[in-house]
Design a protein around this ligand. Structure first.
Ligand SMILES: [Zn+2]
Length: 331
């Protein structure tokens, strides 16, 4: 996959999963091949109560100039002692900072996880955490909701069902219920530095996406693909391009690169390279573009964004979110 035709700048991938320590070299090779200077390793809590934090720290210890770290919360002690749970979660922010983490990753707004951890995001368990995150200006990559299809029996994909993301039985929170929890959090803590993963699952409703960003001036969306936000953008490219120009300070590049995929060997590597190529082509190329011979991509449309806008999306917006002091980057 040839990335030489894309703009050359210190691209930062804001959304990467590093789960397997033995995939460190494979991950670095992908970052190099795709022209990424740095990646934000976003950690997840494990079902057994542990987290992926330690694994991510090993990456930063070996290659401190290549990664940012967004840690996960540990729930075991806080849930075993609910009376002190709120302050125990909040204190983890300070502990993560002391260990060298640059931010937090919250998967807690994904319906599957929100059901497993049945505590409202705007409820008492998280109250002190939000206050601490706002006070410390500690940035968060926040996964809230999921693609609409996962709640729809007629269109929920088989791969989503196999992953436990079939929400059609009524026992999972709805997308609107999750959005309501977020609105209440932001009403109480308007200075939170939140980056909503996967375009906040609003790629089919750019009007609502615009209203949300207008209402909450400190938040961003990342561009990590879900079912197909890029097909959504390609459906109405002129509208999507207008949105990207208008909200150029609020969008952060991210691929969702994942070592679970790299562990599949050559096919996995090819998959992540293809995806990164497609994302960059859509952001950079103008109109219909030639696709690589080994793909059967159809109906994608480039947005042809100007260099100054690409610079913000590829790294300047990320750096602003992850700096406690205002950065001196000229865009
Ligand atoms: Zn992800």
């Amino acid at each position: 996959m040839d990335f030489s035709g894309f703009v050359s700048m210190p691209v930062t991938d804001g959304h990467v999963h590093f789960i397997h320590p033995d995939s460190m070299d494979a991950m670095l090779a992908v970052l190099d091949q795709t022209g990424c200077a740095r990646a934000n390793l976003v950690c997840l809590p494990n079902p057994d109560g542990t987290t992926g934090n330690r694994t991510a720290l090993t990456f930063k210890e070996r290659h401190p100039d290549r990664v940012y770290l967004s840690g996960a919360l540990e729930y075991g002690p806080a849930l075993a002692n609910l009376a002190h749970g709120p302050e125990m979660l909040a204190r983890q922010v300070l502990a993560l900072k002391a260990q060298g983490f640059d931010g937090l990753k919250l998967i807690e707004g994904k319906p599957q996880v929100r059901k497993l951890l049945p505590y409202p995001l705007d409820g008492p368990l998280y109250a002190e955490l939000w206050a601490m995150l706002e006070q410390e200006q500690f940035p968060v990559v926040f996964h809230v909701a999921d693609p609409d299809e996962f709640w729809d029996p007629a269109s929920c994909p088989d791969w989503a069902r196999r992953s436990g993301w079939d929400y059609t039985d009524g026992s999972y929170p709805t997308k609107e219920a999750l959005y309501t929890e977020v609105e209440r959090i932001l009403a109480r803590h308007p200075r939170l530095k939140l980056t909503f993963a996967h375009f906040y699952f609003l790629s089919r409703d750019l009007e609502r996406a615009a209203q949300f960003l207008d209402a909450h001036p400190t938040v961003c969306f990342d561009l990590a693909p879900h079912v197909d936000i890029y097909r959504d953008f390609s459906r109405e490219p002129a509208r999507a391009r207008d949105f990207f120009l208008r909200y150029q300070d609020r969008l952060i590049y991210g691929t969702d690169l994942d070592t679970r995929v790299l562990q599949r060997g050559e096919t996995g590597t090819q998959f992540v390279l293809n995806l990164a190529w497609l994302m960059r082509a859509i952001l950079e190329k103008d109109g219909v573009f030639d696709v690589p011979a080994n793909t059967n991509w159809k109906n994608y449309h480039g947005l042809g964004l100007p260099h100054a806008v690409l610079r913000k999306i590829y790294y300047a917006n990320f750096v602003r979110m992850y700096s406690t002091i205002a950065p001196s980057i000229t865009c």
